[in-house]
Design a protein around this ligand. Sequence first.
Ligand code: CU
Ligand code: CU
Length: 285
Amino acid sequence: MYTRQNQRDLTSAQKKRFTAAVLELKRNGTYDSLVRTHDKYFVPDRDSRLRVGHMSPSFFPWHRCYLLAFERELREIDPSVSVPYWDWTTDSSPVSSLWAEDFLGGTGRTGDRRVMTGPFAYDKGNWTVTVGVMEAAYLTRNLGRPQNPISLPTRAELQWAIDEPVYDASPWDSTAAGFRNKLEGWAAPKSERWRNHNKVHQWIGGHMTGGTAPNDPAFWLHHAFVDLIWDRWQQKHPRSGYLPAVPPGPGDAQRGRVLALDEPMPPWNVTPREMFGHQGIYRYA
Ligand code: CU
Ligand code: CU
């Protein structure tokens, strides 16, 4: 059993080992294959295919499995490394140590949004974006979106999602009520457009706003916190379970498009139920 730490508590040696392992996965091609996996399963709900990763109930278990796949690879490179989490309700500034030269590097420069600092800056020569190159071969960010400012979700906004006792609800998509969508963060047009998880992607900007978001290593730290939030919700609502418990019935427009509790999630063939806990694998500090 290993520990996932709050990124603000990492020593400089730990930051160095984390970024070095990430760079090695990039060098050997594993990293980009993981980015392709995320992009492949980035299916919006206007599409009639199965949605396993986003805009659907399996958002939490699918990303838990995805982070574990990444972390397994990291730990093969360096067994002392795990995925740190970023609590964006407290480290909410573009000048947080998270964005420093010795960790993830900072925002993109004016104009083309190219990240110029840190180990993932294109000019350092170790981070060429190959998946989704239509946007740019260099990593892009626009922290806080200064031309049209957006702020990170507050503690109260996060609590509003955690307080919701129902996991998810029909039609199980970006319009659904329930904890999953309050946290994933699709909001109706005309209201505040992005919430919680989605708002964080928008706050970072650049690559983080699309299907190839994991091109930005910030993705993993963001999703580790999302994973921790799922734990907090389960602790707060021990009698609430994953929904739907059984697949939508014949005649339901979502039949075949969302996964029930015991249906296997591609590409790993692991069910949401099997992803409920992570006891014995990792814990959060
Ligand atoms: Cu995702
Ligand atoms: Cu995300």
